[in-house]
Design a protein around this ligand. Structure first.
Ligand SMILES: Cc1ncc(COP(=O)(O)O)c(C=O)c1O
Length: 415
């Protein structure tokens, strides 16, 4: 079934047919929302048709996606999503929280949330017979694209800042993408990827610029709906979701997912979406605080490299994800992000700095009364701690080194 109807600009509201445009709105550069045929979906599928599927990946939601089945049942392209959602008592109890979930996106094939976007974009690339897919990336989006592309024999080119954490650069290289490190920041890589796509006829995956990234990311909302909201009958209050924000495409994608479910009549209460940015990279939060949708660039500088962005590329929809859901934005300093890595680690969840940002946001939200311990809360860890070992090591003390004798162990234990 082809449920893809076209696009609508998030700024001017112009409608476009599927083949009419490829990226952002030609009139004003606005991010495009993908329009689905909700009536046809409702006619052909029930909630049970979806939830009874035995496909435990994001592709269980294929009827709600604007792409065809990517096939190749055993490729990583098909294995993104359906990440675990834990209920860590070790975090909830000390905070007095009644209901806390942590969804661990580090469990995706390339160890970050970005696998969702990249698998759907690669499926789209196959459909339109793109020869080469290019993206700019702080590391994770590129690793996800490189991995997905490798799995299906698709050529990929990745532009990343030369300062990206070595683990992420290693992933890009190991997956065999053409890796081009830019002697500048993510924003410069972003613009260069668009220019190169135009010049060489490549298909551009850039976050937000390509409407299919949000379509992949919305599948996290479907999973939250299926595993938390449907599973809990009726929550006594709306679920509050804490989401780390850089370009703003994860939060706008998750918002789109919940909106799709509401359009289908499958979701009652809209969850509150709270975007969390690092104080050192807070262009979207700044706009939210100023009650405007006009995003002013900043000079980003934060330990959370994945959310270090001067000019977010999905800012307007990201602001709306908070304002339209009764949510909010918060900013947290790098020290609290690093402390968040250690706190999540102590309950068995290893987060990279960007992922721990959401948890740091929860703590601040509780302190500021933005949420109460009575609220059902979900925190999204968007990436594995193995992505950035330097940051992880700054969250803990070095381990002691001893001679291999029991006497040395005794001495250490009694110190
Ligand atoms: C681990 C991680 N968390 C959060 C984000 C932020 O997502 P977005 O840029 O869509 O706001 C990213 C983006 O690269 C990421 O890799």
């Amino acid at each position: 079934m082809d449920q893809f109807r076209g696009y609508q600009c998030s700024i001017c509201g112009s409608d476009y047919a599927p083949g009419e445009v490829q990226y952002v709105c030609p009139k004003d550069g606005g991010n495009l929302n993908v329009i689905l045929d909700y009536e046809a979906i409702r006619k052909n599928f029930t909630i049970e048709d979806i939830t009874s599927r035995t496909d435990f990946s994001l592709w269980r939601y294929l009827p709600l996606l604007p792409v065809a089945d990517p096939g190749g049942q055993n490729t990583p392209l098909r294995q993104a999503g359906w990440t675990p959602t834990y209920r860590p008592a070790g975090l909830a109890e000390p905070l007095g929280l009644r209901q806390l979930w942590v969804k661990d996106e580090g469990r995706n094939p390339s160890a970050s949330f970005k696998d969702r976007a990249s698998s759907v974009v690669v499926a789209r690339a196959r459909q339109i017979k793109a020869e080469v897919v290019v993206t700019a990336s702080t590391g994770n989006a590129g690793a996800a694209l490189a991995g997905m592309a490798a799995a299906v024999g698709q050529k990929a080119v990745i532009f990343a800042p030369r300062t990206a954490p070595p683990a992420k650069i290693a992933q890009l290289l190991i997956y065999g993408a053409q890796v081009i490190l830019v002697d500048d920041n993510y924003d410069a890589a972003f613009d260069l990827a668009i220019e190169a796509a135009q010049e060489f006829g490549w298909y551009c995956r850039n976050t937000g610029y390509n409407a299919f990234t949000a379509e992949g990311k919305k599948t996290a909302a479907f999973e939250i709906w299926e595993t938390v909201l449907l599973g809990q009958d009726q929550l006594h209050r709306p679920l509050t979701v804490f989401i780390p924000v850089g370009d703003g495409n994860i939060i706008s994608g998750i918002h789109k997912g919940f909106k799709d479910l509401q359009a289908l009549g499958w979701l009652g209460q809209m969850p509150r979406l709270i975007g969390v940015q690092s104080e050192g990279s807070a262009a979207i939060a700044n706009a939210y605080f100023a009650h405007t949708e006009e995003i002013q660039p900043v000079e980003a500088d934060t330990v959370a490299d994945s959310i270090s962005v001067d000019l977010p590329r999905d800012g307007i929809r990201a602001v709306r994800a908070a304002t339209q859901t009764g949510g909010a934005y918060l900013t947290v300093p790098d020290e609290e992000i690093i402390a968040g890595i250690a706190a999540l680690g102590r309950v068995g969840i290893f987060a990279e700095p960007a992922g721990a940002t959401a948890y740091a946001g929860l703590l601040k939200g509780l302190r500021e009364g933005l949420v109460t311990p009575d609220d059902p809360i979900l925190v999204l860890n968007t990436g594995s701690g193995l992505k950035d070992i330097k940051a992880a090591m700054s969250a803990v003390k070095d381990a002691p080194v001893i001679k291999p004798t029991l006497a040395a162990v005794r001495q250490l234990l009694s110190a």
